[in-house]
Design a protein around this ligand. Structure first.
Ligand SMILES: NC(=O)c1ccc[n+]([C@@H]2O[C@H](COP(=O)([O-])OP(=O)(O)OC[C@H]3O[C@@H](n4cnc5c(N)ncnc54)[C@H](O)[C@@H]3O)[C@@H](O)[C@H]2O)c1
Length: 286
């Protein structure tokens, strides 16, 4: 299974990042979204990231031009037809993801590998609507894509071993460290460990044990984590934290995963973190 051409469906935060690093690594990339304003924005973002690399001396102007020439943006699905690997990064909605893969199955080469960047939906379930569950896996990148080194590669119930091998080789070729998640389980590895820990940090505040700022300081210095739990919740969003906890609670039928009351209240009042200007901390225009 040779991977030379990459198709990315969804040119938002993640899709753009995935297209960028794939093109830098020498792959031809087709990046697709539903509106031209989104694909144009994505292309400008890739240009901007490359210009920054030029400024830092990591890339020459000529190399930047060559990388950009490997990126095609489109609102049409047809240019994805000859891609060897399709990475889906559309919004986190099961019905939409299934629709996207069903359309792609009709267009793409029969041996093309399909991968989803979902963070919380079952890979096996998305694969069930893809027409090729044996050639399907999860490929979970972290944000920001160009900085975060690991990628979780998730086997769905029917994923063939050769698909995992090919996707691992691709991940290494784009400079990532692949981690194989052998069983499709909610949150995979990183979010399964992270999100309950964030919830527990909120419980500490509710119990009056310490303030968010002091807990962040304790974790950053005591555990050597780059950011503490409250800065982390504010960056990812209270909405996303609540959504993932609700999913865990349902999937594992365990009330221990229920989002803490404080998170629910913050969500209801719209204090959802950095993107709303306030979460556990207040944010200016920075
Ligand atoms: N943002 C993160 O930190 C992060 C991290 C890991 C994984 N993820 C996952 O990656 C996926 C994308 O997240 P994001 O943050 O980039 O979202 P986003 O909202 O920034 O981008 C999603 C894009 O999908 C496009 N889209 C919608 N319908 C489409 C269709 N039919 N065909 C093609 N494009 C379509 C939207 O127009 C939008 O540009 C989600 O599944 C999310 O859970 C996100």
């Amino acid at each position: 299974m040779t991977i030379e051409k990459i198709g990315v469906s969804g040119a938002g935060v993640m899709g753009t990042g995935i297209a960028h690093i794939s093109a830098v690594a020498g792959f031809a990339v087709v990046l697709r979204d539903i509106k031209e304003e989104f694909t144009e924005k994505a292309f400008r973002r890739i240009e901007e990231l490359l210009s920054r690399s030029v400024e830092k001396g990591r890339l020459t102007e000529e190399e930047k031009g060559r990388v950009l020439s490997r990126v095609t943006v489109t609102t049409d699905a047809a240019p994805l037809a000859d891609a060897d690997l399709i990475i889906e990064a559309v919004v986190e909605d099961i019905d939409l993801k299934k629709r996207v893969f069903s359309e792609l199955h009709g267009i793409c080469k029969p041996d093309a590998i399909f991968a989803t960047n979902t963070s919380s939906i079952s890979v096996t379930e998305i694969a069930s609507g893809s027409g090729r569950p044996e050639l399907f896996c999860g490929l979970h990148f972290f944000n920001p894509v160009h900085r975060m080194r690991p990628v979780e590669i998730i086997s769905g119930a029917q994923t063939e071993a050769r698909v995992i091998d090919a996707v691992k080789a691709f991940a290494e070729a784009i400079g990532k460290v692949p981690v194989h998640v052998k069983k499709d389980s909610p949150g995979f590895i990183v979010n399964r460990l992270l999100v309950p820990y964030l919830n527990e940090a909120v419980r500490l505040v509710e119990e009056g044990v310490a303030s968010p700022r002091d807990i962040d300081t304790a974790v950053e210095l005591g555990l050597n984590y780059p950011v503490g739990p409250f800065k982390m919740i504010d960056t990812g969003g209270v909405d996303l934290t609540v959504k993932v906890l609700d999913r865990f609670r349902e999937a594992f039928a365990d009330e221990g995963y229920a989002p803490r009351e404080t998170l629910r209240e913050m969500l209801e009042s719209g204090r959802i973190g950095r993107k709303s200007g306030e979460g556990f901390y207040k944010y200016g225009d920075d």
